[in-house]
Design a protein around this ligand. Structure first.
Ligand code: DGL
Length: 261
């Protein structure tokens, strides 16, 4: 048997510090519905965004090892901007399977708003990273990019709290001084789940950008060029959710977020 056929049927491992990466998983499944996915949320260790880069690298490496040794995944998606910034390039040097990361969608935001004001919402670690500043430098025009660290938003999403009064108050606290704005970059995979709530604070005409779709397209290209795409169209691929927090409510919330319209 052609071993590539067997490998292409193996699952794709997707992980995040918690449940945010489910917003990316949705994009992956939309584009590649017959692939099988294993989603691992490290909610027991969330949030990553206020840890050191070394701590985030160590946690990410453990998950990558588990994906490869236990689940024999054919590719990995780091569905977390923070872990991508802190660990992706090192992990790519250490493992040979495709490792796809998530990056704040700075490029399309600048390209579409070359003279505009852009709020980049992300975790403190992502915004402090070299990767973020490099992206801004690389694509910069006359736009104004304002960093807006939003670590508490991660904690709200982890609790499944997406549009409560507390979320609205917190958003006013971190955004009001920076309004009006032309665009918002959702530079953390937890944030697409609170996009509708952010809209209530920044207004309906503001444009939003996130990296989920781009990551899905890039994964598809990588699978294709490595002969790893699952080309069987007989069945819808299975999605299995795991979480480092043993409380069964984590899996329930994971599925609820996945099914959110
Ligand atoms: N979802 C993550 C991201 O995209 C990290 C959130 C956190 O754990 O702080 O950055």
């Amino acid at each position: 048997m052609d071993s590539r056929l067997t490998i292409s049927n193996q699952p794709i491992g997707v992980f995040d510090s918690g449940l945010g990466g489910i917003s990316v998983l949705k994009e992956l499944h939309k584009l590649m519905p017959n692939e099988e996915y294993i989603f691992y949320g490290d909610s027991a260790n969330a949030p990553y965004g206020i840890k050191t880069a070394k701590q985030v690298y160590d946690l990410s490496k453990k998950i990558v090892e588990m994906f490869i040794n236990h689940y024999h995944v054919k590719a990995i998606v780091i569905a977390c901007n923070t872990a991508t910034s802190a660990a992706a390039s090192k992990l790519r040097q250490e493992y040979s399977i495709p490792i796809i990361g998530l990056e704040p969608a700075i490029k399309p935001a600048i390209e579409e708003n070359p003279n505009g004001k852009i709020l980049a919402m992300a975790t403190p670690l992502t915004l402090a990273g070299k990767k973020f500043d490099d992206a801004v430098r690389k694509y910069q025009t006359d736009s104004e990019i304002i960093k807006v660290p939003a670590p508490k938003l991660v904690e709200f999403v982890e609790k499944g709290e997406l549009d409560s009064k507390n979320v609205i108050n917190y958003l006013h606290e971190i955004l009001d001084n920076n309004l009006p704005t032309d665009a918002v970059v959702l530079g953390c995979t937890h944030f697409p789940f609170v996009k509708a709530t952010i809209k209530k604070v920044v207004g309906d005409n503001v444009k939003f950008y996130d990296g989920g779709q781009g990551a899905a397209k890039y994964l598809q290209q990588q699978l294709f060029s490595n002969n790893l795409l699952n080309t069987s169209n007989h069945h819808a691929g299975k999605i299995t959710f795991y979480n480092s927090n043993p409380d069964p409510s984590e899996i329930k919330l994971s599925k609820a977020l996945y099914n959110l319209k």
